[in-house]
Design a protein around this ligand. Structure first.
Ligand SMILES: C[S@@+](CC[C@H](N)C(=O)[O-])C[C@H]1O[C@@H](n2cnc3c(N)ncnc32)[C@H](O)[C@@H]1O
Length: 372
């Protein structure tokens, strides 16, 4: 596979979301009211060329500098531009001119609608972010929606993103993952790659890669199994299963290889835009306002270095008291032996409640809500 075939797919083959052959590059499920409201301010032409697979709406973005990797026609850029407000900035990067052309054509329209100009679009490759005029360590948040799977060199893309984040910054992104490594034959199929399937990383390889490039404690926020819904493509893919997962990767220092207990708690004061009643850090860690929650040393370090720090009271560490009782590891494809839908915390709304909750074992610590 090469950049040219992906550019052709997104620049020429696809003219809008209706041209997609599978459900991989689309977002299903109920949208929070906050997201619905901001999407209603986005131009129809931009919305029509949306190919994302997850919901990108990080909390507490007011005044932030945000970078969107593989921004396409700019839907998420224009949504985030409203969340960061006039003091913030959102920069979109993409390699496909036709996509960027739509995004740029509507820049003035959005600036007028919002009442301020705060977006920028750059042509570039995610594998070569250092070639763009972007200062290392200058972004609070980096987002991406269904793009890393399309990259030829995923390590270079993630390492480049890590370099561009401020200390404590967050890479918050949705992407497609597979429950196994793909065969050479599937990797060469331009439609399967273009539809965000055969370029998907095997989940285990993805987690290892995160740690290799300095995202030492990757956290899954939510996910859903993907239905390919195309008999011809399903036949080619055989037994392989896919899931879309939204991740939080923090550029935090001093993290340990595992969760350790130092008897700490964190209380969320509230006050973050998008987390009015509670902040969900990951699929098994929920901080309701004013409730002290037991946390591991790594969670304490992540919160203390992140943009969330002013909104938390974190108790100081006590002498080490062994491993932190963690919730079961996130399973995007279900626990071994289960069907995909049964294992997803965030199965589509129509999934029966019992099936949707099956990934959530007994809560390992008080008030760790998980998705259940
Ligand atoms: C599935 S679309 C998603 C676009 C956008 N994030 C959205 O949600 O509508 C993938 C986008 O990533 C871009 N892309 C893929 N690989 C890239 C790379 N290596 N460097 C820069 N852009 C890339 C494509 O041009 C395309 O616009």
């Amino acid at each position: 596979m090469d950049h040219g075939s992906v550019q052709d797919y997104y620049g020429k083959t696809l003219q809008g979301s209706d041209d997609l052959q599978t459900d991989a590059c689309c977002t299903v499920g109920e949208m929070p009211a906050r997201v619905k409201a901001i999407l209603s301010n986005i131009h129809d032409e931009v919305l029509a060329r949306y190919y994302g697979c997850g919901l990108i709406a990080p909390e507490g973005l007011k005044g932030a500098r945000v970078l969107d990797l593989g921004c396409g026609a700019g839907r998420d850029v224009y949504a985030l531009a409203q969340l960061v407000g006039p003091e913030g900035e959102v920069v979109g990067v993409d390699m496909t001119e036709e996509q960027l052309e739509v995004a740029r054509r509507r820049q003035d329209w959005h600036a007028e609608k919002f009442g301020y100009p705060n977006t920028r679009f750059l042509h570039g490759y995610l594998e070569k972010l250092d070639e763009l005029d972007l200062e290392p360590g200058s972004f609070d948040v980096i987002v991406s929606n269904c793009v890393i799977n399309l990259c030829m060199d995923k390590r270079a893309a993630l390492a480049g993103a890590r370099r561009l984040l401020k200390p404590g910054g967050e890479m918050h992104f949705s992407d497609v993952y597979a429950d196994r490594r793909m065969s050479e034959e599937l990797l060469k199929d331009p439609v399967l790659w273009g539809e965000c399937l055969s370029g998907a990383l095997y989940w285990g390889d993805f987690l290892a890669l995160c740690r290799d490039v300095g995202f030492d404690d990757p956290r899954a926020l939510e996910g859903r199994p993907l239905a390919v819904s195309n008999p011809k493509l399903e036949e080619k893919l055989g037994e392989a299963r896919f899931a879309s997962v939204t991740m939080r990767l923090f550029a935090a220092e001093g993290l340990e290889p595992g969760a350790e207990s130092y008897g700490q708690t964190a209380s969320y004061y509230g006050g973050l835009d998008g987390a009015e009643e509670a902040l969900r850090l990951d699929d098994s860690t929920l901080f309701p306002v004013d409730v002290p929650i037991a946390i591991s040393g790594n969670t304490a370090a992540i919160l203390a270095q992140s943009r969330f720090a002013p909104n938390f009271e974190i108790t100081p560490p006590l002498p080490h008291r062994g491993a932190f009782p963690e919730a079961p590891a996130y399973q995007p494809f279900g626990a071994p032996g289960e069907g995909a839908a049964a294992g997803s915390c965030c199965a589509p709304a129509e999934a029966p409640a019992a099936a949707a909750s099956s990934c959530c074992g007994p809560a390992a610590e008080p008030a760790k809500g998980g998705c259940c």
